[in-house]
Design a protein around this ligand. Sequence first.
Ligand code: MG
Length: 159
Amino acid sequence: MVHTGIGYDVHRLVEGRPLWLGGVEFEHDHGLDGHSDADVLMHAICDAVLGAIGEGDIGSYFPPSDPQWKDAPSRIFLAEAAALVSKGGGKIVNIDATLIAEAPKILPHVPAMKVAVAQALYISPDQVGIKATTNELLGFLGRGEGMAAMAVAAVNMPD
Ligand code: MG
């Protein structure tokens, strides 16, 4: 039976932080603030995978209060979510994610992001969809104060 999950995340953009999106480091004048590497796209995907198997969210598995996750690469969180899927006898069918950001240009990096996300989840890049859109200069996303991401995951679970 196919189970679906949804994930959403937002991080603030600040100076003096690296910018990680979908497991790829971007050249940019701002980076995302957070306890881990703050990879907003991977966090949304992680919550989608956890949601599909009825588990808690990323914060319950990797609490920001735990110093071991300080600046941690978010692929660790995806690998853990994928391990929980396997433990339950499930298989990830596909992931689809959208990043909402005014800048930088995402499209040239999408192939590398798909590979990084796929590797972290032990699936193939053709099971990963990554898209990006701007927020048409509206609101906090439009003003470049942060970035948001949403994701869905489909997971085939034993009946
Ligand atoms: Mg997050």
